[in-house]
Design a protein around this ligand. Structure first.
Ligand SMILES: [Zn+2]
Length: 103
């Protein structure tokens, strides 16, 4: 197994799935991504290590599918936002006040 950057992985997902993703559309692909995130949560709660890993892979794959449909380069936007420091306090490690859960 060869290592890949995020861009190459996203392009590979496009090569494999864009015909299905285009047919399904943005809304249904987003729904699918949400269900995969839920499956990841369930695997963390009660699955084994292998199942957790598999669900991480599925979440990333569906995130790529959705990004492909919206013509978003994940590597570019992620690195622009998280360029070695927290986007809010501009520090690494982050010095923002700790928050347990999203608001
Ligand atoms: Zn911060």
């Amino acid at each position: 197994m060869e290592l890949m950057n995020i861009k190459d992985f996203q392009d590979m997902m496009k090569k494999i799935y864009i015909h299905h993703d285009s047919k399904r559309g943005i809304k249904a692909t987003y729904e699918w991504l949400k269900s995969e995130v839920e499956e990841l949560g369930e695997a963390i709660e009660k699955g084994g290590r292998d199942e957790v890993k598999l669900e991480f892979a599925d979440v990333l794959a569906w995130l790529c599918s959705l990004a492909n449909l919206l013509n978003v380069n994940l590597e570019e936007v992620a690195l622009r936002r998280y360029s070695g420091k927290c986007p809010k306090c501009k520090s690494a490690p982050c010095t923002c006040s700790f928050r347990e859960r999203p608001r």
